[in-house]
Ligand binder design. Sequence first.
Ligand code: SAM
Length: 321
Amino acid sequence: MIVDRLGRQFRNLRLSLTAACNYACTYCVPDGKRLQAAAEELEASEMLKLVDVLIAVAGIEKLRITGGEPLLSPKFDEILPEVMQMGLKDVSITTNGQLLPRKAGLIADSGLERINISLDTLDADRFRSIARSGDLATVLKGIELMLDAGLKVKINMVPMRHRNDDQILPLLEYCLERGIELRFIELMQMGHLQDSGLYTTQYFSMQDILDTIGEVHDFARTDAAFDSTAARFDIPGSGAFGIIANESEPFCRTCTRLRLSSNGRLYGCLSNSKSYDMRDILNLPEPLALARLQQLLKSAMADKQTVSFQGEVTVMKFIGG
Ligand code: SAM
């Protein structure tokens, strides 16, 4: 197992099933662009083999299936039931929810207990102007189906100034009424946001979010797990919410995340575009494969930032949220 000088180990793997997405969110892609599958994406069997070896060698305990949009990938139906049998402490999915009504049965049957659904607004027109595709009612139906199936649901919202900051309170009420934890994600400087000026005008900080909620609710900060990315807050008698404050409270010092992209590249850090080809590992005889993987993991660990997210040209589509 690799441990760096800050005591960080890889424990959480983000597995991106495909770089393709059925949305074109304004914070993810520039105008007119659409996310496509990467050239030469791995087969499901190859992904499963790599996950297996990462569990054994890197000490992965938790797996999040992501993308692109993971439910869009034909591999999803094969991969989910298989990873549920790998003895991991925790498996979860991050999805935009558009295909949830179609996949609800498969998800419920897999035994999955947790799911994160991204939703930036409860207003149908605004939904289309941010996601530039999809349909709000379908996502809401998907959320209800997951709750009915007994899953613990979290909703991820990216608040943006003058875009959807007025949706913070309606979304919070929606979540509190249903026992859902709402997690606000501070806008990150990724991809085209880096130099378009959009980041500066739309960034809505943790303090801005807390001020907005404080107009209506009393809340208190609670302890979060040591490697949690979210600051957690209780609203006494009503529920809880979280804030992933990449900018305001960077969590690089305790980051335990490792990312495997859909085309088989390993990333140690969301803020670093360096990546390592894992396809070798599939073809080498076992002792050599394990030695090679140790090397790759060392390099990936060295790519982690020590203090904070620096901004990166890599868009989240390659490596998942
Ligand atoms: N398609 C899936 C979804 O929508 O949940 C999974 C991939 S998406 C990249 C994962 C999460 O990253 C979503 O919650 C999305 O809102 C968030 N995200 C994407 N770009 C972001 C950015 N620039 N800043 C903050 N969050 C971002």
